[in-house]
Each structure stands twice: as C-alpha cells, then as structure tokens.
Design a protein around this ligand. Structure first.
Ligand code: PBG
Length: 324
C-alpha cells in the first residue's frame, strides 16, 4: 500500500471532522488536583505558583467543595505542620491538625482523597527521610513512612501516595497497611521520580528545600531510561496499585516506555515548574495559557498516562466543558 496519493489535510477541514479523527481526548475524569493544607485559619498565596494557595482549615474545606462541584473527582492532598522536628513526628500524629482535616473532608465531601506521604514538610532539616548524622537512616524512614500511611488510612483517606522515593517504601507501607486491616487501601507510588529542577516552586510552599545533602542521592538521574522502568517494576513487585512518573513534560519517553511494559495504571505528575513557567510566560503575554496548558496535558495523555496530576485541574474543569 502506498500513501503517496493520500492527502492528510482532507481530514482537517473543519471542527466536526477533526473531532471525529481525534486520537487523544482529555477528560475531567483523568485529572487529579493537588491541594495544599496549612495549619490555622485563612489562606496564603504561593508567589511562585500564581492561582495556587495554601489553605487553612475552613478555607480548605470550601475549596475542596468547590472542586467537587466543578466535577473534579480526585485530589492529592499535601499536609504540613508548624511543629517541625528532626524526625518529622507530626506526620503520623493522629491528633495533628492535618489528620483532623482529613476526617472532616471525608465526613463532608464526596471526592476521592489521596494523600501525599513524605517527611519533607515535617522535618526541620527539610529532607524526605530520617537521618543518622548526615546520612539517610533507611530503617527509621521506612518505619515512619508506613506509620504515616496507616495514620492517614485510619483517618479515612482513599489512597496513599508515597513520594519520598526511598527503596522499599511500597513494601513497608503495604505490609503495615495490611497488618492493620487496611488491605483495601490502594497505593499510588511516585515510583519513577527524577531529581528534577522543576520542583523549584513547590519547595517554596513548605520551605522544604533540604538544608543539607542532595536529592540526587535518592531521586533518579534524569539521564536514565532503563533504570526508570526498573523503578516502576520494583514498585509493582512490592505491591503498588498505580505507578507514577514525575515530572511529566521532560519525561514523555519514559511515560510511553513504562505504559507499554506494565499492566497497572500509569499516573504522571505535571509538576510545579511545568505549571509556573507557562503561567509566567502567559502573564507576560508570550503564551496563551489555556491553549498551551491543554497542549501540554494532551501530550502527557498521548504519551500513555492514564492519570494526570496537574495544578491546572481546576481551570481545566471549565476549559474542557467548552473544548472543541
Ligand atoms: C516531596 C514532593 C515534591 C513534590 C511532590 N512531593 C518535591 C521534591 O521531591 O522535592 C513536587 C511537586 C511539584 O513540584 O509540583 N514530598
């Protein structure tokens, strides 16, 4: 068969025709909105992420209710504390304000609640792990991460999302969840997480840049592709339900590769830097925010991502209603 006489532009002649042959369609059901909690009342803007806020208790509930009314089905909630310590002990304290708010959300709002499980917003050194001197204390870290997961599950969350990128974290969390009767609570692990420069704006949120050490010791080298697949496969072996690639935009080849080789859903995290660079360019009038964001999100889905975690979820809930 020869394509020599074909003219692809025939199928681009009008909107209805283009709709008919569209291969990738974004849906609000694909989207997960990250939401940030802060202790106390009121809410705070995040300078480096226009449109995104840290919400205090009542504001957080109102915001999530609004997301639910807009048709958003799932949120990824990040906790924080004013009482950071060396071990990050507030992270698994069931009397913490974060655990209280989890219970209030679950009592009042019908939305899938996924919680980020990590230590970096709770440790005074800003690292995602417990330390022994200036070294990572793996055993203590795994114990803490599993305790956080169970404490969240007890408070009612629907899914656990461990983001510390520590070897063995899925296994540790899965076994404690099972042991404590939460064998039905799924885990969506940040399984292939790169040591990326695009987390910059996010670290402003919790002042969680590590005060020593480098995330390159535990997060992946962005030059590696075979290893990216290995990370996803290891998590599956440890019992993960959904794997994640993070960030998304510079890693479309990785998403595509993993999607073809695993049989669990693949999520991608369209991270803070990917959001803020388009926001900043559009504030300057250099890019059209809506069109660029939708192009970016479509490319992530086209690469093979089933689930898109994105700060645009809220705006996209409106855009997608009117999308041609
Ligand atoms: C760490 C965590 C990070 C992000 C989500 N969870 C930052 C990091 O690993 O340094 C980044 C999210 C974003 O940039 O949007 N718990």
């Amino acid at each position: 068969m020869s394509l020599l006489n074909n003219r692809p532009q025939r199928l681009r002649a009008n909107k209805n025709l283009r709709g008919l042959v569209k291969e990738t369609r974004l849906s609000i059901d694909d989207l997960v909105m990250p939401v940030f909690f802060k202790e106390g009342a009121g809410s705070e803007d995040i300078n480096s992420m226009p449109g995104i806020k840290k919400y205090g208790e009542d504001d957080l509930l109102r915001e999530i209710e609004d997301l639910q009314k807009r048709g958003i089905k799932a949120i990824l909630l990040f906790g924080s504390t004013n009482k950071k310590d060396c071990d990050g002990s507030q992270s698994y304290d069931e009397n913490s304000s974060f655990h209280k708010i989890i219970r209030r959300i679950k009592e009042n709002i019908d939305i899938l609640l996924i919680t980020d499980v990590c230590l970096c917003a709770y440790t005074d050194h800003g690292n995602c792990f417990a330390v022994k001197g200036s070294q990572i204390d793996i055993k203590k870290t795994l114990t803490a991460l599993a305790k956080i997961a169970v404490s969240h599950a007890k408070s009612g969350v629907d899914m656990i999302a461990p983001s510390a990128m520590i070897d063995g974290q899925v296994k540790a969390i899965r076994s404690l969840l099972d042991k404590d009767g939460f064998d039905n609570t799924p885990i969506m692990s940040y399984s292939t997480k790169f040591a990326s420069n695009f987390y910059g704006p996010f670290r402003d949120i919790h002042n969680s840049s590590p005060s020593f050490g480098s995330r390159k010791h535990h997060q992946m080298d962005f030059a590696n592709k075979a290893e990216a697949l290995k990370e996803a496969l290891l998590d599956i072996e440890e019992g993960v339900d959904i794997v994640m690639v993070k960030p998304a935009l510079c890693y479309l080849d990785i998403i595509s590769d993993i999607k073809q080789k695993v049989c669990v859903p693949v999520a991608s995290y369209n991270v803070s830097g990917e959001y803020s660079m388009i926001k900043a360019a559009s504030e300057k009038g250099w890019l059209d925010e809506k069109e660029s964001a939708l192009e970016m999100l479509t490319s992530i889905k086209r690469a093979g991502s089933d689930i898109l975690i994105t700060y645009w979820a809220k705006e996209a809930s409106t855009w997608l209603k009117t999308q041609g």
